[in-house]
Ligand binder design. Sequence first.
Ligand SMILES: [Zn+2]
Length: 179
Amino acid sequence: MIERIRQEMLKLGFDEVTVDPMGNLLGRIGSGPRVIALDGHVDTVDVGELSLWDRDPFSGDIEDGILYGRGASDMKGGVASSVYAGALLKKSGIPDNVTLYVTATVQEEDCDGLCWQYIVNEDGLRPDLVVITEPTSLRIYRGTPRTDGNGSPHLRYLLPRISTGARGQRGLQDGRHHR
Ligand SMILES: [Zn+2]
């Protein structure tokens, strides 16, 4: 999955595309001091009981404009949107003072926040703003800024909890209810 997205970013002309040792994909556009990240995880929970699915969870069927499959909503759709948002920004011209990262992250379903802990601490990427494209039934949630022991707002501000409703559906009919 990471390799597929990496190829797409390269094709779309991202300025730099790297995979960190944890497996997170970081696509960069621009090089300004103001750093914005669009983030989405690419791992999914298991498909669970196959008989509960209306269709093959790995089919990728598209019908009446709806894409069906495990992770279609949580959150391949958000990742695809972010990659192409980056491409559009690249095409139209990113402001000189902005760096945009599109991140496709891993292991979110096993340990929410671990990937960004790694990106912040090990990769050294500390965006001013992160937009996480988790599905939220089209509602916007704002992450709660957190501080470290010294009151610095910089270390733990990247870990908002955005409710998706998907967790309650683990192993169930993700394809039907979360498109
Ligand atoms: Zn998710």
